[in-house]
Design a protein around this ligand. Structure first.
Ligand code: ADP
Ligand code: ZN
Ligand code: ZN
Length: 733
């Protein structure tokens, strides 16, 4: 018998093996794992097919070493989703399919729960049967008797029991060990899924909820709602309906920050098990959650990007919160976009999906405009919270102290004196983004990247934020030898210093990757903020995501211009999203908020639209520009990225490849090759990078042609010294 196997290799092909018929007890099925010889080692792969014939003679096929599963670990829906994604993102099928699995399953471990060993008393056992002097044995047996369903050795120790004596009790036929399988959580009656009452929806929420309730089968929704408008309440009530129908809900959230708060909110609302899949789990915990989801005992699963591949026994609803967030796109290897795959999955499962955001991606808005998604709008804040007031603070010709204008400092004093909190946003960590020589103006660069080294003061060192290279601070300029090196530009550390000088009596809390390397550090800061006492928060992106700061009444963006003139056509969209996300942290409770944007370009149309009306008007303008320039979402992009150890190699490879494919396969109508060009930062981490852009008016034309491109790239002799990858729907060009 022949098995066609998907293996985690970079090759765009499947591999045939033979299975001696005698070794079969049950027929091998698609989606079961096998252990096979591959070169000099063994690999775990997935059965894709059992073909009648192979391209190779049977005698040449190596035998499968072992079939690991009786039941498929990848169910048919997920298998097809994986196949679809591999094809769509032009990623090798074997590698894509393996990535659907938790790490322990990739390593060949059994798809089973960790069976905990528990102890219990044997029926009829009583302490009286032990000698009255055997105190410790009596104590131990007493503990066991108090836990008729069994108790783990850890728990016994926690109750003061002496576990080495368990064996003695077993020898005396008083106690026994047994393997515990986590019990199936009993189905919770429909009228009891709520732990706490739900909120009464306001008008806009009620209208949105009505549309969601009446959805039949696959129905994609865009839930546009300004921060604090009550999107999460909609999620909760939609999930409640899903649970009442006996089904499971899958919720995707961005990488950081959000999970603990969201999780707490879901757990306090519902009585059903809520499982989280986030980066702090052990592999074992991941597998257990995966198993619970697969057999239906996890009713709500909240996770980051890869959670989109969670098997669901009885799927009812998918939610993607902050759907615009770029962390949903995997940026290396299998470059899928979890939001887009979520829509594909919902379609296959025939269930509704809600994409929620205060700043939807232009792609998503475009889908709503063209009628593919139903758009639901929440335009006002819920409860009695008022929207923050925006203001552009023109800092032309204003003296700045570490990025702070006098006017901003004055406002900060006002808010702090009124007993509330202030939050400053600066998306640059470190002390200053560069170190410059006062004599010859040479800036210290990273030797491995086309980038300046960032100066850090705590602890003092130079750090490249692109390749992670770290060096001591030089004493003298490498170019002219002068010892007059000075920091140029402002990072969060430097702003923090200045703030401490200006506000000696107010706590200044810095939140960035450096100040929160230890997990407890962030928790401590958040605790202090939530105590409500006046304080100043200064931080990067980390502050923009998900956190609610009800006592913050002033939000200031120190450098609103940072993204205005980016070379990337998405720069403006990103900037608008970031500004609104940061602004959304202010004044969420009864306190009205104020948002101040320090800018040198107060007349910039984007900033004007953003503060004068709302995100939707901005997005409308931006979409018109994109359409005029034939940019996504009105066209489709794929980027062939190459990198090599020598300058020019990647570019040359891409150029020759482009020419070859053009000669051999006529470019389909509407498909264009642009480039190759050096990447925006050509040298990075010691590699020289280039890219070839492929644009198309239609997706179908693009994909057929990409197949030819990949085939050609694999066969190209220079392909060996250039590492290349195809990025379909790239989010940074
Ligand atoms: P979003 O997810 O859009 O930021 P949330 O759902 O977190 O908004 O709601 C913001 C705040 O408003 C929360 O404190 C929430 O409890 C409250 N809220 C939401 N909906 C209502 C409602 N219908 N009535 C009263 N308060 C509400
Ligand atoms: Zn110099
Ligand atoms: Zn570097």
């Amino acid at each position: 018998m022949i098995l066609r196997i998907a293996l985690p290799t970079p090759l765009h092909r499947l591999f045939d093996y033979q299975l001696p018929l005698s070794s079969l007890s049950t027929p091998p099925r698609r989606g079961c794992r096998v252990r096979v010889p591959f070169g000099a080692r063994e690999m775990i792969g997935l059965i894709v097919d059992t073909p009648e014939q192979s391209d190779l003679p049977l005698a040449k096929l190596k035998p499968v070493h072992e079939i690991l599963d009786l039941e498929p670990v990848v169910d048919p829906t997920l298998f097809e989703l994986g196949q679809w994604a591999a094809r769509y993102y032009q990623h090798p099928l074997g590698d894509a399919l393996i990535q659907l699995l938790p790490v322990l399953l990739r390593q060949g471990r059994a798809a089973e729960f960790a069976h905990a060993t528990l102890w219990r008393a044997i029926p009829g056992a009583e302490t009286a049967r032990l000698s009255s002097t055997a105190h410790r044995q009596r104590e131990l047996l007493q503990i066991l008797l108090e836990h008729p369903k069994g108790i783990s050795p850890d728990a016994i120790r926690a109750e003061g029991g002496h576990t080495p004596l368990l064996k003695t009790l077993a020898e005396k036929q008083l106690a026994e060990a047994f393997q515990n399988r986590p019990a199936d959580s009993a189905t919770i009656p429909v009228d009891q899924v709520l732990r706490e009452p739900k909120l009464t929806l306001h008008d806009e929420q009620a209208a949105a909820m009505e549309r969601i309730t009446s959805a039949q089968g696959f129905t994609p929704f865009l839930l546009y709602g300004v921060t604090g408008s009550g999107k999460t309440e909609i999620y909760l009530q939609a999930i409640e309906q899903t649970l009442n129908a006996g089904k499971q809900a899958l919720v995707l959230v961005p990488e950081i920050g959000l999970t603990p708060q969201t999780l707490a909110r879901f757990r306090s609302r519902f009585r059903v098990p809520v499982h989280a899949l986030h980066s702090n789990l052990t592999d074992r915990e991941r597998l257990d959650t995966w198993l619970h989801a697969r057999r239906g005992s996890a009713r709500i699963i909240i996770g980051t990007r890869s959670a989109i591949f969670t098997p669901l026994q009885n799927p009812g609803l998918i939610i993607v919160d902050e759907e615009h967030d770029s962390s949903f796109k995997q940026q290396d290897g299998f470059r899928y976009h979890a939001r887009d795959l979520a829509v594909v999955r919902a379609n296959r499962e025939q269930i509704p999906i809600i994409l929620g955001s205060a700043t939807p991606a232009l792609e998503t808005l475009h889908n709503a405009h063209s009628g593919r998604y139903q758009q639901l709008n929440l335009t006002r804040r819920a409860g009695n919270a008022t929207a923050p007031r925006f203001e552009l603070l023109d800092i032309r010709q204003q003296p700045l102290d570490a990025g702070l204008s006098d006017e901003l400092i004055r406002r900060m004093h006002q808010h702090l004196a009124a007993g509330t909190q202030v939050m400053l946003f600066l998306n640059r960590r470190g002390f200053s983004p560069s170190l410059i020589c006062n004599q010859c103006a040479t800036i210290v660069d990273c030797t491995r990247c086309d980038a300046h080294m960032t100066l850090h003061r705590t602890p003092p060192h130079l750090h490249c934020h692109h390749c992670d290279r770290q060096t001591p601070i030089p004493r003298a300029c490498l170019h002219c030898g002068s010892s007059e090196l000075r920091p140029l530009g402002i990072g969060t550390e430097r702003a923090e210093d200045a703030l401490k000088r200006h506000f000696p009596d107010t706590p200044v809390l810095r939140v960035d990757r450096d100040s929160t390397t230890r997990k407890a550090a962030l928790e401590k800061i958040m605790h202090q903020v939530h105590s409500g006492e006046p304080c100043i928060l200064i931080g990067t992106q980390m502050l923009a995501k998900g956190h609610h700061f009800p006592r913050v009444t002033l939000v200031a963006i120190l450098d609103a211009d940072a993204g205005l003139f980016s070379a990337d056509f998405r720069g403006m969209e990103r900037t608008a999203q970031l500004i609104l996300q940061v602004a959304g942290r202010a004044g969420r409770a009864e306190h009205p908020g104020e948002v101040v944007l320090q800018t040198l370009h107060a007349e910039h149309p984007m900033l004007q639209t953003l503060i004068g009306s709302n995100y939707l008007s901005f997005a409308g303008q931006e979409l018109r520009l994109r359409r005029a320039a034939a940019l996504p979402p009105f066209t489709y992009h794929a980027l062939l990225r190459g990198e090599a150890t020598r300058q020019g190699w990647a570019e040359q490879f891409l150029r020759e490849l482009g020419q070859q494919v053009r000669e051999q396969h006529k470019l389909p109508e509407g498909v264009q090759l642009i480039g190759p060009f050096p990447a925006p930062m050509e040298k990075r981490g010691g590699l020289f990078r280039a890219q070839l852009l492929i644009t198309a008016g239609q997706r179908s034309a693009l994909h057929a042609w990409l197949d030819a491109l990949i085939l050609q790239a694999q066969q190209h002799p220079q392909g060996r010294r250039v590492r290349w990858v195809l990025d379909v729907d790239p989010i940074d060009n």
